[in-house]
Design a protein. Structure first.
Lengths: 284, 605
């Protein structure tokens, strides 16, 4: 099947593609993942800490702690990691974490950035998987190394200079996904706030797409605008926002993975709000 | 984790439901879009927004404070859990109990207000008419139904009145906001009936139910204590009395002068005797014209909790509620003494949960909800005007477990029923009108007092501390033993946050302004007053009695009157020079020079 068709694959994991692999939707349901695991037709990636993985993980999962990926997330290095995990170009990947999906989102985005489009987030965290009584195992998994090509998907990446150049362009929307009080304190000028806490629902790392779509509509964000997400430091919260926006139907979403931490370090302009003592509302 | 439908054979509480309407949610979202597209004027949108319970946040029109009404103060565990989730998703991860039994969510983005409303409707709650020129949340004493001195339980009446006036066409555009409060009994210590537009106290005459009705009270830039309408108002005249009062206010209230348009000014300017006659006459007119269909909408029976709660097990030894405790007593005993009261229902107790100026996090709300579900036989919570929660119908045998559950969530602070439980409005944390950070100051007072163990001192127990961030009295400073309202003054050549201190206020008498105190000297000033009291008191005199006597000019020690008090405090309010201690001239929560910024208030918009 052509790559073009691959892109437009439906949300259901039913359209067989290269080598008999399915094309995954943005979010993979637990049922779907269990089916794929039984068929041995998926690579499950556990991005929790190594010691958590060693205790227990989803069957067939390999371990890739986010911290390890972030040590060097240059595209070449990421491709090397994919190869070591035995992941070939079109093999479906499902990523999960135990941090409301944010760590998984950052890893999934990185895979897609280096060209592994067929990557999905598991709909729930590992704790939720366990609380449903779904299968786990303790044995570590290793697979024979595979070949993976590098096809950088620059469309989904933004850096500080890109954000600076987008200033004043109304069709480019900057989304800060940190919590409200952090946003109020300081943020990149012109940014809108969609706190990551808005994105999840009970039992799922992301809400129903219709709800997410409504949140965008409420804010007057057209689905065909270009949206750039960022958060506090390494692009985890904004990674989750990236997928939430995709799920809501946004076509052109970019992640600024180095986020506000880099922006500040570079001495770029900030918008601050100091006329209210909102931090004193905290009960902690 | 979720919930049995029956607990020991007791049905779950009827939620306090059906207040919210789905279509209002959709409507609000549409109006925000029109406003953003400039198809709705600022003024029209503001009126609409307030009518639906959303104030604009401090100096930021694009954020809202959403005020969730809790009619009668009764809130279910499911409702608390929903508020927790909404606060996490759309607000700042915590909720805030107000002094009028609302629960407020701050810094909600205007575009998300409709989403919060949507969630509230799912659990039966509403923000409708929580702000604006409407009948605001109808309050009821958290003791109603458990008070040994009450004539009967006022709770269903408060909810029926709330339901009758909510969305009622007769009160959609009043000259100004309108407040109705119910007490449990005339003896209620911190009752708010005499500072409301209508205050109601259950009473029985010749075996028939009725109320003592107080009219025209209220706190603000000018405050008044309500007047008793008549000795006894029979139950079947409750509705017509309230309607007549609101109709008079609607007809005669001042719609021009925003600063003088609460009903208390109308009463004051008309003169009580004349106003009283007008109300009685209007009531006759209302009664003659009341349609049966209208009367049917006032349904007290429908609001009654008809469940038969079982008798609590008798305890061989009651918990040591009345024993003396000290700072070094075990935490549980200290908490029992300062946070738990016996109910008239033998073996049952009401637990008060200490919050800091009304703040509670989402995760704390969830722990509280579960604790209520498992350990309150009544199965609901009440929020209190002291910005705490009251959980009733806890068996004596379950108190220890209750305490442990609260402690696991950092909610087991002592002092809820004592001077340590300082009240503070939201102040500069979110309010447009605020001059000072009264919210943080109230928490600082509480922290210091608990640290010093002042909650264990029974001679201070009937004293209260209440703090507002401006002269408008959301913090109810005028009914406090020691009250404060925020302002700005030049001290040592520098603009400084200060508070005007009032003394000797209580439920039926307003405090007298005595002096100004710099924000950073407030805690020290209160401590000094306590020290003076200890030196000066006559035997058996509580601090509030002593302060009362002094303010009346009847001090028996060296401090004779308010002037004497002022001189005795002159030393403690002094600040070092700005060069020596610049921080003394700043407000709490601020590391820069004080600057009194305010924006237009929206109370009367």
């Amino acid at each position: 099947m052509s790559k073009q068709k691959n892109r437009s694959a439906s949300k259901q994991a039913n359209s067989d593609t290269n080598q008999g692999y399915v094309q995954l939707p943005i979010v993979c349901t637990a049922d779907n993942l269990r089916m794929l695991i039984r068929k041995r037709a998926v690579r499950v990636v556990d991005v929790r800490r190594q010691e958590d993985y060693q205790k227990e993980h989803i069957p067939t999962a390999v371990s890739l702690p986010l911290a390890k990926l972030l040590q060097d997330d240059s595209p070449e290095k990421v491709v090397e990691i994919l190869e070591k995990l035995g992941i070939s170009d079109s093999m479906p990947i499902v990523v999960y974490d135990d941090t409301f999906g944010a760590l998984a989102a950052r890893v999934a985005w990185t895979f897609q950035y280096v060209g592994h489009e067929n990557t999905a987030l598991l709909e729930m965290t590992f704790s939720q998987w366990k609380s449903l009584g779904l299968e786990t195992e303790t044995k570590p998994n290793e697979f024979p190394a595979a070949n993976h090509s590098l096809r950088l998907n620059k469309e989904i990446f933004a850096d500080a200079s890109y954000i600076e150049s987008a200033k004043g362009q109304t069709d480019k929307i900057l989304i800060d996904s940190r919590e409200r009080l952090n946003f109020l304190t300081e943020h990149i000028p012109e940014a809108m706030n969609i706190p990551y806490t808005m994105l999840r629902s009970n039992g799922s790392i992301l809400r129903d797409p219709a709800e997410l779509k409504r949140f965008m509509e409420n804010r007057g964000i057209p689905v065909d605008s270009e949206i750039i997400t960022y958060c506090g430091s390494v692009g985890t919260l904004s990674g989750l926002a990236y997928y939430a926006l995709k799920l809501a139907g946004a076509k052109n979403v970019k992640l600024y993975p180095k986020s506000f931490k880099e922006w500040k370090a570079l001495g770029k302009p900030k918008e601050e709000f100091k006329d209210a003592n909102y931090w004193d509302l905290s009960a902690e | 984790m979720k919930k049995a439908t029956m607990k020991e054979g007791i049905a779950l509480p009827k939620t306090n439901p059906r207040w919210g309407l789905e279509e209002e949610t959709e409507n609000f979202a549409q109006k925000v879009k029109l406003f953003r597209q400039r198809k709705l004027s600022d003024d029209d949108f503001r009126r609409f927004r307030l009518q639906h319970g959303a104030y604009s946040s401090r100096l930021r029109m694009d954020y809202s404070m959403m005020r969730i009404k809790i009619p009668g103060g009764e809130v279910t565990p499911e409702q608390l859990e929903k508020i927790a989730s909404l606060s996490e998703a759309f607000s700042i991860g915590s909720a805030h109990v107000s002094t009028r039994q609302n629960i407020q969510l701050h810094w909600v983005q205007l575009e998300d207000v409709s989403e919060v409303m949507r969630g509230l409707v799912e659990v039966g709650l509403t923000t409708r008419e929580a702000c604006g020129n409407t009948v605001r949340n109808v309050m009821c004493s958290p003791f109603a139904g458990t008070c040994a001195d009450e004539a009967f339980d006022a709770t269903p009446y408060s909810k029926a009145i709330a339901r009758f006036f909510l969305r009622n066409t007769m009160c959609q555009n009043l000259p100004r906001k309108f407040k109705i409060n119910f007490a449990c009994c005339e003896k209620e210590k911190h009752s708010l009936v005499r500072i409301a537009d209508i205050g109601l106290v259950p009473a029985i005459k010749d075996g028939a139910r009725g109320f003592r009705v107080y009219l025209g009270g209220g706190l603000g830039a000018a405050s008044f204590i309500g007047h008793l309408l008549e000795e006894f108002t029979p139950e079947d005249m409750l509705l017509s009395t309230c309607m007549a009062t609101i109709r008079l206010f609607d007809r005669h209230g001042n719609r021009e002068n925003m600063a003088r348009n609460r009903m208390r000014y109308l009463v004051h300017e008309t003169g009580w005797e004349k106003f009283q006659k007008m109300v009685l006459k209007e009531r006759t007119a209302v009664q003659m014209t009341l349609a049966p269909a209208t009367i049917k909408k006032f349904d007290v029976k429908a609001e009654e909790d008809t469940r038969q709660l079982p008798k609590a097990p008798r305890m061989t030894k009651l918990p040591m509620l009345n024993d003396q405790v000290t700072k070094s007593s075990p935490a549980y005993e200290r908490w029992l003494h300062t946070n738990v009261l016996a109910q008239k229902q033998e073996g049952y107790f009401t637990v008060f949960v200490t919050l800091g100026a009304g703040d509670i996090t989402a995760s704390q709300l969830r722990v509280l909800a579960n604790t209520i579900r498992e350990l309150s036989v009544e199965g609901v919570a009440r929020n209190t005007p002291q910005q705490n929660f009251a959980i009733r119908y806890v068996k004596g045998t379950d108190l220890r477990q209750f305490f442990d559950r609260l402690a696991s969530a950092g909610l087991a602070n002592p002092g809820a029923l004592t001077i340590a439980s300082a009240v503070g409005c939201s102040g500069t944390t979110s309010c447009n009108l605020a001059i000072t950070n009264s919210h943080r100051l109230a928490k600082e007072v509480q922290k210091k007092f608990l640290e010093l163990g002042l909650d264990t001192d029974d001679s201070l127990r009937d004293s209260t501390i209440k703090i507002s961030g401006c002269p408008n009295s959301c913090g109810q400073h005028e009914i406090a033993t020691i009250g404060f309202f925020g302002g700005a003054s030049r001290v040592g050549g520098a603009m400084t946050p200060t508070y005007t201190m009032l003394l000797a206020g209580n439920a039926s008498e307003l405090g007298k302004a005595v002096m100004r105190v710099p924000a950073k000297r407030v805690v020290a000033t209160i401590l000094k007053i306590i020290e003076l009291y200890k030196n000066e008191r006559s035997s058996g005199e509580t601090m509030s009695q002593w302060i009362d006597n002094v303010v009346k000019g009847q001090g028996k020690g060296t401090i004779k009157d308010a002037e004497g008090m002022k001189s005795a405090l002159e030393q403690v309010i002094q600040l070092p020079t700005p060069e020596v201690d610049p921080d003394a001239y700043r407000d709490y929560g601020s590391d820069s020079r004080f600057n009194a910024k305010t924006a237009r208030g929206e109370c009367a918009a």
